[in-house]
Design a protein around this ligand. Structure first.
Ligand code: NAG
Ligand code: ZN
Length: 411
């Protein structure tokens, strides 16, 4: 009986081009001989993703109108879908009818969905965490809703994402005391409930999320427990919430030291260029962050030497593109002067800048990856830092220390 089930699973996944019973296959192409950086091909049910990878958000108005087609043209292989918003409206039943989130958004490549928990805790003031799950009042109709681990996985199963995230008990990285341990232990219990609830283990990958705040001992316990579970990948959670950068990188490197080499590592909520490069050196493969598409300073555009404030008067007569070396649709077509003028009267400017920003993140990661494959990642990091900062005195101390900890010296 069991044998015939396996046979069926094999047939199904073979027809989708994945390996039998494994909806995720990680092939390590190169490892930096100095640091912990690595370049991999991660094969998922919808497409192969080249890592290290930055994953933009592919759904919701936060994208300033960037379409699935535009993301695809930028070379994006995996993007994020918001479980919280999609689970509320239009709702999982409708999306399931539309052949999942892939069909609904007409996105052919890979997709990662979050558990919905983080959004809920951060967006809904009156959320309350109990052993059952996260309770909150719907902002749409004020009904009380419980997001349990089972419910989160049921929604993500309906969405049909290539990678689903476990529901975890999230506490802010600046919280200390017994609540941190409680949240970490509960996240382990919720991981087991998520694993048991997954209806599609042959076609959807469930990632665990390492918690434990800024406490090394708690992180260790969480790593030890969660890596006993046979999940296809791990995320490092609970960071990037306003903690000291020294605490941040030490928790990251402690985590990658204990995560299995053969599984992908996803560092949640990290997207600043310097952070990305440093955390690749510390051994992370996947990243996401809303900031290139949603921050307060909408007139600013990412460039290899920091950012450009296109609203500044100095750009009014500047006919260069945002970045002369960038090949994105915005830089191929529009000047700084044009975008400067457009910013005064039209949200279309934001759309153009968002396209450029996403393209910047994706191509930064492509260059990082290529340098790892070429065996010259440490040189790449030095050149990157040199370009990003006007002088060595301006290198952030934490970045210098983090890189030195894995053998990349800057001075
Ligand atoms: C582009 O990225 C910069 C830097 O993070 C950000 O401040 C800005 O808001 C982004 N622009 C748009 C239009 O999303
Ligand atoms: Zn550009």
């Amino acid at each position: 009986m069991a044998a015939s089930t396996v046979g069926e699973a094999e047939m199904n996944s073979a027809s989708r081009g994945a390996i039998a019973g494994a909806p995720l296959v990680l092939r390590i192409l190169a490892e930096c001989p100095v640091s912990k950086a690595r370049a991999c091909d991660m094969t998922l049910p919808h497409c192969t993703v080249n890592t290290p990878v930055f994953m933009p958000v592919g759904t919701q108005g936060t994208m300033k109108g960037v379409t699935a087609e535009q993301l695809e043209n930028l070379g994006c292989q995996i993007c994020l879908g918001n479980t919280y918003h999609l689970g509320m409206r239009p709702g999982p039943e409708l999306i399931e009818k539309a052949k999942g989130l892939h069909g609904f958004m007409n996105w052919r490549r890979s997709l990662l969905t979050d558990s919905g928990g983080f959004q809920m805790v951060s967006l809904v003031e009156l959320s309350q965490v109990t052993e059952e799950g996260v309770k909150f009042r719907s902002p749409y109709d004020n009904k009380e809703i419980l997001l349990s681990p089972e419910q989160s996985i049921a929604i993500q199963n309906s969405l049909g994402s290539d990678i689903m995230m476990q529901l975890d008990d999230v506490v802010s990285s600046t919280v200390t005391g017994p609540r941190v341990e409680e949240a970490m232990r509960r996240s382990i219990r919720w991981l087991d409930r998520c694993i048991a609830a997954n209806r599609n283990p042959e076609s959807q990958n469930l990632f665990a999320i390492i918690q434990g705040g800024l406490n090394s001992e708690l992180r260790h316990i969480c790593l030890e427990e969660m890596t006993k579970r046979d999940v296809p990948g791990f995320a490092i959670g609970g960071l990037s919430g306003g903690e000291e950068k020294d605490d941040f990188w030490k928790m990251v490197t402690l985590s990658t030291d204990h995560l299995p080499r053969e599984k992908p590592r996803y560092l949640m909520g990290v997207g600043y260029a310097v952070d990305l490069v440093v955390c690749v050196a510390l051994g992370c493969d996947m990243f996401d962050c809303v900031f290139p598409t949603r921050t307060a300073r909408f007139g600013s555009a990412l460039v290899p030497w920091g950012s450009l404030q296109l609203k500044h008067k100095q750009y009014a007569k500047d006919f260069q593109p945002i970045d002369p070396e960038c090949t994105c649709p915005t830089c191929r077509r529009h000047s700084r002067a044009y975008l400067h003028a457009l910013l005064k009267c039209d949200t279309a400017a934001l759309h153009h800048i968002t396209i450029h920003n996403i393209s910047y993140q994706l191509s930064l990661m492509q260059s990082v990856r290529q340098s790892i494959i070429d065996g010259c990642f440490p040189q790449f990091v030095r050149a990157f830092m040199d370009r990003m900062f006007p002088s060595r005195e301006q290198y952030p101390r934490w970045a210098v220390d983090a890189l030195a900890s894995v053998g990349i010296t800057l001075n």
